[in-house]
Design a protein around this ligand. Structure first.
Ligand SMILES: Nc1ncnc2c1ncn2[C@@H]1O[C@H](COP(=O)(O)OP(=O)(O)OP(=O)(O)O)[C@@H](O)[C@H]1O
Ligand SMILES: [Mg+2]
Length: 350
């Protein structure tokens, strides 16, 4: 599952428009998506067409009253779920102030639904307060919409500084990228500004640009994602492109998916290695004198989740996987030691 914040403290740069339409376009591509509205203005809730009487619980209840996140989402369209907000969300910062763990309340709440969705998209408010901090702590990725206007660059440094500071302080890394919004291709200004943004962000930018398109505004007013409003519009084309760009990265993201390994089960110790493109994966260790061609992991479901369960007597072992001939340590096992022959050996205590 990918958790992506749509964030920028600048107001009106297209965060909500991006969060709603990207979520919906991902859902159209058969991804199961949860859009979480983290803005007390509730624009994402309204633009998705959620009516007040459809809301049972909202994000305030999750963050302040420990209501399980699973009980909140409204299924608006197939695969497209919305966890709505109400104006009460503005009280969250005050409620959580001074509480221990206040920056990770959302991350903890998301744990419960992390196997239910392919994507969670977080629409952030236009400020860097506790709500935005919670979003960033919960996310592995962030999209920064940047309006193609001269004021939009101001304050960006602060946002990027906040992300860097959080990464240093918490050891939690976020892959962030900018997406140009409200782009007017008829003006030289937009193109010049795009060059400036590219200089600033380098390869941390999407190829897709979101053009100014009045149909996006009209769709939001009608409480509909653009795909339910006008599929012939440039707005739909752009957000569909953005969704495709994000989907194209899935194999790369999945290859760094972590699994619990080694796992102690009733049948023995289960070794697991996630290697979707591998032809074969072996296990070697001091339990078999580091001899290759003896223990092969199995990829029964063909999904790249290789595993093997072994019965091992009590003891302390070092081991490695051999993935298509390369000796690698177990990335999911924190315990590892330097080998006198170079590289790391994973360590297991039974
Ligand atoms: N590409 C676009 N073309 C035309 N109008 C747009 C586009 N993107 C956003 N808008 C309009 O601009 C306004 C602000 O957009 P949006 O609400 O998405 O920004 P925001 O960053 O979420 O704002 P806030 O900071 O207040 O949450 C809205 O009226 C929206 O419909
Ligand atoms: Mg918004």
């Amino acid at each position: 599952m990918r958790i992506i914040s749509v964030v920028n403290q600048k107001g009106g740069c297209g965060k909500t428009t991006t969060a709603v339409n990207l979520s919906d376009c991902l859902a159209l591509h058969h991804r199961k998506v949860l859009l979480i509205d983290l803005d007390p203005q509730s624009n994402a809730t309204l633009a998705s067409g959620i009516k007040d009487d459809e809301i049972n619980k909202c994000m305030y209840d999750v963050l302040c009253n420990k209501v399980p996140l699973r009980s909140v989402p409204v299924e608006k369209y197939p695969n497209f779920f919305v966890a709505p907000s109400r104006v009460t969300l503005s009280a969250v910062e005050q409620f959580l102030a001074g509480q221990q763990g206040r920056e990770t309340v959302l991350r903890d709440a998301i744990q419960q639904v992390k196997n239910d969705f392919d994507y969670i998209i977080l629409d952030c408010p236009p400020s860097i307060g506790l709500l935005t901090f919670n979003a960033l702590r919960a996310s592995s990725e962030a999209i920064i919409p940047i309006e193609m206007s001269c004021f939009s660059i101001q304050g960006l440094g602060r946002l990027l500084g906040t992300i860097e500071l959080m990464q240093e302080r918490t050891n939690h890394t976020i892959a962030f990228r900018a997406v140009p919004t409200l782009f007017d291709r008829r003006t030289k200004y937009s193109w010049d500004f795009l060059d400036e943004i590219r200089r600033h962000f380098g390869d941390r930018m999407f190829s897709t640009k979101i053009h100014t398109n009045v149909r996006l505004k009209e769709a939001a007013s009608a409480g509909k994602p653009i795909s339910r409003f006008d599929t012939g519009s440039l707005g739909f084309f752009d957000y569909d492109q953005l969704a495709k760009e994000i989907i194209a990265e899935e194999p790369k993201i999945q290859s760094i998916k972590t699994v619990e390994s080694p796992l102690k089960t009733e049948r023995g110790i289960q070794f697991r290695c996630f290697a979707p493109n591998a032809q074969n994966v072996q296990l070697v260790g001091d339990f078999n004198n580091w001899s290759p061609n003896q223990i092969y992991l199995e990829n029964k479901n063909g999904d790249g989740d290789w595993n093997k369960t072994l019965l091992l007597p009590k003891g302390r072992y070092q081991y490695r996987f051999i993935v298509d001939g390369s000796w690698v340590h177990d990335k999911n096992n924190q315990q590892a030691e330097y080998s006198p022959y170079g590289g790391l050996n994973s360590v297991l205590e039974v």
